[in-house]
Write a protein that binds this ligand. Structure first.
Ligand code: SF4
Ligand code: SF4
Length: 362
């Protein structure tokens, strides 16, 4: 017996699947399962984080509902993934943030925006918020650069610590890997190898529903990385070259941020649209809030950033800067307690899978 009903149900399904093994060619979940005869709670959470929820094994399963075995691997794995995020959350008192996640993130984002607007007005005056500020250092007439660095540095540091602590707990449940396993997992994460069940599997091109999830996921993932690179390069410009934002359209931070921003506009919308097309029987509607909130935060981060870029020489700059900073702050502080963590847990699960696969064949 495991500690939760979801773990017990996942265990039951894995016992059925381990006897059947029809889906062993589909994705990493089934080969990882076949290496075991019994499943610890840590094993089941590991399988859940290997699963992309593509639905291929549900489509192929002869035991899916209305069969009495009621095998629905994608849905149960999705429920268990959410449960695992809360289980490994740091600090443990924040585990509840994964419940009603959409509402929590919306409230934190709205509060952050309001605090930044109030802070701008308190630091300068209401008139400055709607005045035209141009030239190097224009943003810092509304908020001192050092204050900005202190606030965002603290939020980013907290997010990193919370995420690392969660990953550490996940890893302690049985993770073990060498450098080449992390490299292999990096390749599989970067290419989303198992997003559609790991290739053709049992779904041939005639029966496979058109799914652009990989394209939109790449746009989102690499868009996020480009925006992060833009901020990092801007920091180097500021401290190493003594160049203050805002930067020219042709400067590297703006080029990277614009390309990343476009990816973050298209990717999240596409992912949401693809999600709406998926078979509802393989989904758990209680997870929608978390998925939508994360995609909405990424979309808003990009939209407000690009709007700020386009209107930075107009009276709208002050308000747009406050909104953009508020959204980015909200994104940072909620990152350890939302959908963002799925990529990191999946990466760690793939590294563990790489090691298990390697030690079996060595
Ligand atoms: S999902 Fe169904 S068909 Fe696939 S291995 Fe499990 S029981 Fe067999
Ligand atoms: S990744 Fe797809 S095929 Fe593999 S377990 Fe999850 S839903 Fe099934």
């Amino acid at each position: 017996m495991h500690a939760t009903e979801t773990l017990n149900e996942a265990d039951r399904l894995m016992v059925v699947c381990n006897s059947c093994r029809y889906c062993e060619g589909l994705c990493a979940v089934f080969p990882a399962m076949e290496m075991r005869r019994a499943f610890t709670s840590g094993d089941l959470r590991y399988f859940a984080n290997l699963c992309h929820g593509c639905g291929a094994c549900y489509d192929d399963c002869q035991f899916s509902p209305p069969h009495e075995f009621n095998v629905n691997v994608p849905k149960v794995m999705a429920q268990l993934r959410l449960e695992s995020y809360a289980h490994y959350a740091w600090p443990g008192a924040c585990a509840g943030l994964f419940q009603r996640n959409g509402l929590v993130i919306a409230l934190i984002a709205a509060l952050s925006v309001a605090v930044f607007i109030a802070g701008f007005v308190a630091w300068s005056d209401p008139g400055a918020l709607f005045a035209v500020h141009t030239g190097p250092g224009a943003f810092y007439r509304l908020m001192p650069h050092n204050t900005m660095v202190a606030i965002f540095g603290a939020a980013f540091l907290y997010a990193c610590i919370a995420i690392v602590m969660g990953l550490r707990a996940f890893w302690r449940d049985g993770g073990e890997a060498a450098g080449r396993d992390f490299a292999q997992a990096g390749h599989e994460t970067a290419t989303l190898k198992y997003l559609d069940g790991g290739g053709a599997g049992c779904r041939d091109s005639d029966t496979k529903a058109p799914d652009n999830r990989r394209l939109y996921h790449h746009l989102t993932f690499y868009g996020f990385l480009l925006c992060f690179a833009s901020t990092s390069v801007a920091t180097l410009y500021h401290y190493l070259l003594g160049m203050q934002a805002p930067y020219a359209w042709t400067d590297l931070p703006v080029v990277l941020g614009t390309l990343g921003g476009i990816g973050l506009l298209i990717g999240p919308v596409g992912l949401l649209a693809e999600k709406g097309k998926r078979d509802p029987l393989t989904q758990d509607s209680s997870l929608w809030g978390m998925d939508v909130a994360f995609l909405a935060m990424l979309f808003l981060t990009s939209l407000t950033g690009l709007a700020l870029l386009g209107l930075r020489s107009t009276p709208a700059m002050g308000l747009l800067l406050a909104i953009h900073l508020g959204v980015v702050f909200g994104l940072f502080v909620t990152m350890p307690y939302g959908k963002f963590v799925h990529g990191l847990y999946r990466y760690a699960a793939l590294a563990r899978y790489s090691r298990e696969r390697r030690t079996q064949t060595d």
